[in-house]
Design a binder for this molecule. Structure first.
Ligand SMILES: [Zn+2]
Ligand SMILES: [Zn+2]
Length: 205
């Protein structure tokens, strides 16, 4: 499982090989989620990954997305003394990002070893709902998607039906990933709602 490369704005003085969050297995994570201890799941991925699939009740601080890590971490500073568990696709990003939280004074930081993919293999459609965004042609990966337990957690941005059909906005200046169901794609609805347009190519003679 390929993980996205951690953003280039990561502070050089933090060495995750020296200090990082405590590794927990999928089984340990499952026990924590269903146990009595209060935990907070912090998702270290990007919004477009979070939007197609995520742990129930997880938090997305968009740490990685941000050019200003310190500012993003303010969103979750109220959790400094609480037990937090960081998650990402395959576990690679969590090594750095959980180290970052420790550096910022978080006291009790664990990270999901092997990442969400390992958890989904072990507990398909249990606590992680939707699909796992992947950085290859598949775009998203579902586990046991024929099961009645499988849920689509996204909606078509045009007609609001449940749909996790990601397309790239066809405005050449944008290319952001958006949800448009197959009917809406067929109807030519392929751009963001924020004013993106499909620009016609200039006529050539
Ligand atoms: Zn639609
Ligand atoms: Zn767009």
């Amino acid at each position: 499982m390929r993980d996205e490369i951690v953003g280039t704005h990561f502070p050089a003085e933090i060495d995750p090989t020296l200090k990082t969050g405590t590794y927990i297995s999928a089984e340990q994570m499952h026990n924590l989620i269903h146990g009595d201890e209060k935990i907070h799941i912090i998702d270290m991925r990007n919004d477009y990954e979070f939007n197609i699939g995520r742990f129930e009740n997880s938090i997305l601080p968009s740490l990685e997305n941000s050019r200003d890590l310190a500012k993003s971490v303010e969103e979750i500073t109220h959790l400094k003394n609480e037990k937090v568990v960081t998650v990402c696709t395959g576990g690679v990003r969590c090594e750095k990002m959980s180290a970052y939280l420790l550096h910022k004074g978080f006291k009790n930081v664990s990270q999901l070893s092997g990442g969400i993919v390992t958890y989904m293999e072990k507990y398909p459609n249990k606590d992680f709902k939707g699909k796992l965004y992947v950085f290859d042609n598949r775009i998203a990966m579902g586990f046991e998607t024929d099961s009645p337990d499988h849920e689509i957690i996204a909606n078509c941005q045009f007609c609001c039906v449940k749909s996790d059909n990601y397309i790239n906005c066809t405005d050449p200046k944008c290319h952001k990933q958006i949800f448009s169901c197959t009917d809406c794609v067929a109807a030519g609805k392929t751009t963001c709602l924020n004013g993106c347009v499909i620009t016609e190519k200039a006529h050539n003679h």
